[in-house]
Design a protein around this ligand. Structure first.
Ligand code: HEC
Length: 112
């Protein structure tokens, strides 16, 4: 599924960035696997709320801080670091998302 950037305004304010990130998150169907609030039920992937800045335990026992670089890598190359307790089923979005789109998604996740 190629990323369709038509109609996605490049956001200028923090609020608009968050909104656009929300739309992109839905359009890319990230929400089928990830919950973005405690009431959502998607559980194939880890919940993404309160993730930013937290410590993530990886399958190989290492611990990493979920900073922006980690979030970015998790989106474009999900299998680089596998979260403990989850299957490596997240597709790689490297060829599907433009750099600005990845940045919007990262910024959206940091806002959750
Ligand atoms: C088919 C289900 C699936 C889809 C669709 C999916 N993911 Fe994931 N995602 C996972 C799983 C499973 C993991 C945990 C395993 C791993 O680290 O790869 C994960 C891990 C992550 C992580 C790291 C989470 C953590 O706790 O450290 C982020 C961030 C993330 N995904 C964002 C996204 C975004 C953004 C999208 C949409 C562009 C997306 N995912 C689409 C299944 C999915």
């Amino acid at each position: 599924m190629p990323a369709d950037t038509t109609g996605v305004p490049l956001a200028e304010t923090a609020a608009a960035t968050s909104l656009t990130g929300t739309a992109l998150f839905r359009r890319m169907e990230c929400d089928t696997c990830h919950s973005v609030d405690p009431n959502a039920s998607a559980s194939t992937g880890p919940p993404l709320y309160d993730l930013y800045g937290s410590e993530v335990t990886l399958q190989d026992g290492r611990t990493v801080t979920a900073d922006e670089a980690y979030l970015r890598e998790s989106i474009i190359n999900a299998n680089a670091k596998i979260v403990a307790g989850y299957m490596p089923v997240m597709p790689s979005y490297e060829s599907q998302l433009a750099g600005e789109e990845v940045a919007l998604l990262v910024s959206y996740i940091t806002s959750l």
